[in-house]
Design a binder for this molecule. Structure first.
Ligand SMILES: [Zn+2]
Ligand SMILES: [Zn+2]
Length: 387
């Protein structure tokens, strides 16, 4: 099934405010909630579809990427992203619990908890953002970059547990070891009993007796780490590469955050990028254009290739070297772009006497005046510029 536009999914306009996005999502999520539509596959699909749309549109960065690239934005949306694996229900609740005003998400609906698969949102390390400037050559081949990043790393004193050596843990006094507390709350659907994660032990059921003095019980400390990040070939300015698990270490031996790498592209003096194609402007000398020959041109990989120039090559002619352009980013199309060579012909600005005399001889030659078909093709070219 073709993916529907995210704005269409939420039934909002492209210019919708954050508040409108939130409202629209809330409405759909409540209508199609699985507990209100038991066994209804279609409702479940709608519910997931809305969650995915909301995930992208409520984040200004992702929304901008989506507006610019649509579903093809690298960094990825929904199930098609870098390392993305689609949504499951647990993800939806762990991601959007906050919109429904409580960490446990829908709480009263039961069956789902805000912390999917026994993972605690609090125990996930925060994501990090990095910026990287790449040359066209690095983009052509892909590149591995090393970054020294300041981030939360595992506390070496307690090995991430947060407990002072030998102290261990005891039953949580707030929840008596259950990990959850029950609250009665007013919701849009009336009064409900809702189970929320215990605020003292964050669902663990136990608390540390003596907190580690080095990390104050969190299990993480500030530190520095050199991370190696592989940037795939074919990326472009403005894209975001998500590197799972390399961000801040999760507290209490939790889940690590990600690193989001923002791509910037250096200007290139030799080539102009046009999507996957690269354009090279070749200035040909007049004798080679007239007589034909061979010229060497640079490639984006930093090598050189020889190209054949036909006798009588006209300025404005374009040659296309198939497959000598940029590769597609993994998973976003296939094959490589072309190296497009735009030819212009150099006419000397000044001439020495011998040159002048030689060229004077051609002035009266009919052959040098250009035949009707050449004139017509130049005329057509200009016409096309203005139409
Ligand atoms: Zn510690
Ligand atoms: Zn507790």
């Amino acid at each position: 099934m073709a993916k529907r536009d995210y704005y269409e999914v939420l039934g909002i306009g492209k210019g919708a405010s954050e508040e409108e996005i939130k409202k629209a999502y809330r409405k759909i999520a409540i209508k199609y909630h699985p507990d209100r539509n038991p066994g209804n596959k279609q409702a479940e699909e709608k519910f997931k579809e809305a969650a995915e749309a909301y995930e992208v549109l409520h984040d200004p960065q992702k929304r901008q990427q989506y507006d610019q690239f649509g579903f093809d934005a690298p960094g990825g949306f929904g199930s098609s992203g870098f390392g993305g694996q689609g949504f499951d229900m647990d993800d939806i609740f762990s991601m959007f619990g906050d919109i429904f005003g409580g960490h446990s998400g829908f709480g009263g609906f039961g069956g789902f908890s805000g912390s999917g698969r026994g993972q605690h949102a609090q125990y996930r390390g925060a994501d990090l953002r990095l910026k990287v400037r790449l040359s066209l050559q690095e983009i052509a081949t892909g590149v591995t970059k090393k970054f020294k990043v300041r981030k939360d790393i595992t506390c070496s004193h307690c090995h991430g547990s947060g407990a002072e050596a030998g102290s261990g843990s005891e039953t949580c006094p707030t929840c008596g070891g259950r990990g959850v507390v029950v609250k009665t709350v007013r919701t849009m659907l009336g009064m409900m009993q809702t189970q929320t994660e215990c605020p003292t032990c964050h669902g663990e059921g136990t608390v540390i007796k003596n907190k580690c003095h080095a990390c104050n019980g969190t299990g993480v400390v500030k530190g520095e780490e050199v991370v190696e990040i592989q940037i795939p070939a074919g990326v472009a300015d403005g894209m975001v590469v998500n590197v799972p698990g390399k961000g801040n270490t999760g507290p209490h031996n939790g889940i690590n955050g990600n690193i989001q790498v923002y791509i910037e592209e250096e200007e290139n003096d030799t080539f102009v990028r046009d999507g996957q194609d690269v354009i090279y402007n070749l200035l040909l000398d007049f004798p080679t254009a007239a007589l034909g020959g061979e010229v060497e041109i640079p490639t984006i990989e930093g090598t050189k290739v020889k190209i054949k120039i036909e006798p009588g090559t006209q300025p404005g002619k374009t040659l296309r070297l198939r497959g000598k352009g940029l590769p597609a980013v993994q998973g976003y199309g296939s094959g490589k772009g072309d190296l497009v060579v735009n030819i212009s012909v150099y006419i000397p600005k000044t001439l020495i006497r011998e040159e002048r005399e030689a060229i004077e001889k051609f002035r009266e030659s009919e052959n040098f005046k250009g035949d009707l078909s050449t004139k017509k093709s130049i005329f057509d070219k200009f016409k096309n510029y203005f139409s």
